[in-house]
Design a protein around this ligand. Structure first.
Ligand code: ADP
Ligand code: MG
Length: 298
């Protein structure tokens, strides 16, 4: 294409809410045949809500207030969408949360620290396992039930005991299913990629028309990039759409990185292209635009 056509394409992109880092990006956009989609914050709104607190049943079990105060206190120090949901839910129910005496983020797993003298963890069952803790049967059941319903189940433990499972959920963006249909129509294969549980991921995939075999779940943040590499090794030209700090490396590795404009600065810096409004349909617009600009379709 002529430099003029590229500039026109770039300008038209801006009108569509697509910011392109340079005209050369249009060429990789045109070639993409696979689109890897981060789940939380990309396909879903990322605005999670705390729905239920499931408590262990034995004598001496902690009450909901203590569970939510300790969990909320730790999550209050994290910016993760799940953390925000837990902190907000806890504060709404029980007022001001204590300040943690110690806090650490465990990427892809949760948070841990000290609150009111208790060593507390909030996160995936895997994090509890790292502390050599097991879920009592009633909590394991509650967790499985929540996940079958497409909710994310978070474990709360302190002082060597798993005390509760919290159920959080976010909604699929109303535009995601249409966007994925349009991407398919352009000949791209969508793949859903997430650190979340497989049952939750498959429930979201079903809602937006992605087959279970195209879901890659329970992926640690540092492994998202390996998933992109693996697809590239299969000879695919990979577009990756993401919003989180966790997605930055994968966005940089992808042939084409598309960052949600509503996401983190790290993702936006790593991407080749920004979808300003955080609407996945703009990913399909970007691919159509580049093909038009470079003369593949009219
Ligand atoms: P995604 O890839 O969907 O954006 P993440 O990699 O950020 O998800 O997180 C993966 C999983 O780790 C979450 O689904 C959740 O189970 C757990 N997790 C991560 N951070 C937290 C936190 N602050 N509190 C509770 N759970 C967390
Ligand atoms: Mg995300």
């Amino acid at each position: 294409a002529t430099p003029t056509a590229l500039m026109v394409g770039t300008g038209r992109g801006a009108q569509l809410g697509i910011l392109i880092k340079g005209p050369e990006v249009l060429e990789t956009t045109r070639k993409a045949d696979t689109v890897v989609l981060d789940k939380t914050g990309t396909v879903t709104t990322g605005e999670m809500t705390l729905l239920e607190t499931r408590l262990r049943k034995d004598a001496g079990a902690a009450g909901e207030e203590q569970v939510l105060r300790l969990a909320g206190a730790l999550e209050n120090a994290s910016e993760h969408p799940i953390a925000q949901a837990v902190a907000k839910g806890a504060a709404q129910r029980y007022g001001t949360l204590p300040a943690p005496e110690d806090f650490a983020n465990v990427p892809g797993l949760g948070v841990q620290g000290v609150v009111e003298g208790h060593a507390v963890l909030v996160g995936r069952e895997k994090l509890a396992e790292e502390w050599a803790l097991e879920l009592p049967a009633e909590l394991a059941e509650a967790k499985a039930r929540a996940e079958r319903a497409g909710r994310t189940a978070i474990v709360v433990a302190w002082d060597g005991e798993v005390h509760a499972v919290l159920e959080v959920a976010d909604a699929v963006k109303p535009t995601s299913a249409e966007a994925i249909r349009r991407l398919r129509g352009l000949g791209l294969t969508p793949v859903l990629l997430t650190g979340d549980n497989r049952a939750v991921a498959e429930a979201v995939a079903a809602e937006v028309g992605i087959a279970p075999e195209d879901v890659v779940a329970e992926v640690m943040p540092e492994d998202k990039v390996s998933v992109v590499k693996r697809l590239q090794d299969e000879g695919r030209s990979v577009a990756m759409v993401g919003d989180g700090v966790n997605d930055a490396a994968a966005l940089a590795q992808a042939d084409l990185g598309l960052a949600m404009g509503t996401g983190t600065d790290a993702a936006i810096e790593a991407g080749d292209l920004t979808l300003v409004r955080g609407d996945l349909r703009a990913a399909a617009d970007a691919i159509r635009l580049s093909r038009r600009t470079l003369g593949t379709i009219r």
